[in-house]
Design a protein around this ligand. Structure first.
Ligand code: GLV
Ligand code: MN
Ligand code: MN
Length: 399
């Protein structure tokens, strides 16, 4: 078994139970995974740091100019898989290991990163670590979500988040990731070069009806908050199916008071809508708000809605895409260009530095699930392509 595959298995034990892997920002499980990574970065002789935002960074400081940054994340969704994020971090580690073994002299520094809170599982906003790394802070919003308390419970200081900004010393970002969709497997292609990342927009919604007796209240006069939420779920799904250029998901729903014989008085839920093209992305606000207002009006429900995140569609760097495609061809891999429907830290980095990503196939396209799986051969091939691209970048002088 290769060191990459062995390390993927090893890391997957941290925060795992029979239902999947759960590691969230500033929890003991993610701290344990970070310690595990730090030990490996140390063993490779890198300068290590957990920065003010909880990002784990290993620096190979050699050569001059800006660094090449390579990595992904070790946090997960609730009951997630073993590859989402971990593959990118561990293949970045593998790049350092390979270049050390080859005795390559760097013309510019090479940094490995594991960004904190990519998934947003704990605070429903996401990419907090990479946003702090590029200096894109939203401190008021993060405080409202309780990030300050979570950080201090974990021994971090919210006020020091601005110190995590280090993007000014970086000149390029590369990330290997599993595809998390079915395209590569269906086409029988080894490597996807990501052209751009779909924009993501999120809302938290509260529909307010009236809790009442399930048996005595006439059907025609009920103000059933769950019935309203169900109509919203189906309306968004139908619109997304009809249009084909957007996705829509309600992944969290709670109903109160929650009795089998009580009409639901309040329904709270999240909405995640996405679009790859800027015009389609711009239409998402109206779609969601008009749907909510129409249903709330029809069902005589109160409506409260707040935005949780907004990340516009992000094209990735064409020069780095070409570099990855050439590296894949040299490694003997079949290649295609494709968009990403999933969000990644690369979309945050791409605002400040050239950034690019490569994908390897996901079995049956499944991700954000314990069923997530990528064949060892594809993990290793993706990693070899990454190493080739990194080698080419770090053996040329950095700007
Ligand atoms: C992150 O994995 C996302 O696309 O939600
Ligand atoms: Mn994910
Ligand atoms: Mn990911």
């Amino acid at each position: 078994m290769s060191s990459l595959v062995a390390e993927l298995e090893d890391a997957a034990r941290i925060g795992a139970d029979e239902d999947g892997v759960s590691r969230f920002a500033w929890t003991p499980e993610l701290a344990q995974a970070n310690e595990w990574l730090l030990a490996r970065l140390d063993a490779l002789g890198l300068e290590t740091e957990v920065d003010a935002a909880g990002n784990v960074i290993g620096r190979w400081e050699e050569g001059e100019g800006t660094a090449v940054l390579v990595g992904s994340h070790l946090d997960t969704v609730p009951r997630g898989g073993r590859f989402d994020g971990a593959l990118g971090v561990l293949s970045a580690l593998e790049s350092v290991r390979s270049l050390r073994q080859e005795g390559v002299a760097l013309k510019r520094p090479l940094w490995v990163v594991s960004f904190n809170d990519e998934e947003g599982s704990r605070f429903q906003t996401g990419m907090l670590g990479s946003r702090a790394f590029v200096g894109d802070l939203d401190l008021d919003d993060w405080r409202k979500r309780g990030v300050d308390a979570a950080m201090s419970a974990a021994g971090f200081d919210f006020e020091r988040l601005p110190e995590a900004r280090a993007v000014d010393r970086v000149g390029a970002y590369l990330e290997l990731h599993i595809e998390q969709g079915p395209v590569l497997e269906q086409k029988g292609i080894d490597i996807g070069i990501v052209t751009g990342i779909a924009g993501m927009l999120g809302f938290r919604v509260r529909l307010i009806g009236e809790a009442n007796h399930a048996g005595t209240t006439p059907m025609a006069v009920r103000r059933d908050a769950l019935a309203g939420a169900a109509r919203v779920v189906l309306a968004l799904r139908e619109e997304a199916l009809k249009r084909g250029d957007i996705t829509a998901n309600v992944g969290v729903l709670t109903v109160t008071p929650g009795g089998f014989n009580v009409i639901p008085g309040v329904a709270e839920f999240t909405i995640d809508v996405r679009a790859g093209e800027p015009d389609a992305f711009s239409s998402l606000d109206d779609l969601v708000l008009e749907t909510l207002e129409r249903v709330a009006g029809d069902e005589q429900l109160g409506l409260e809605v707040s935005e949780t995140h907004r990340k516009p569609p992000t094209p990735l760097d064409s020069g780095l895409q070409d570099l990855l495609a050439e590296s894949a061809a040299e490694a003997g891999a079949s290649v295609c260009r494709m968009p990403s429907g999933a969000g990644h830290d690369a979309m945050v980095l791409a605002k400040r530095v050239p950034a690019a990503m490569l994908f390897v196939p996901s079995r049956r396209g499944i991700s954000h699930s314990p069923e997530e799986f990528t064949a060892p051969e594809h993990c290793e091939l993706g990693s070899r392509v990454l190493v080739r691209a990194v080698r080419r970048l770090v053996t040329k002088p950095g700007g």
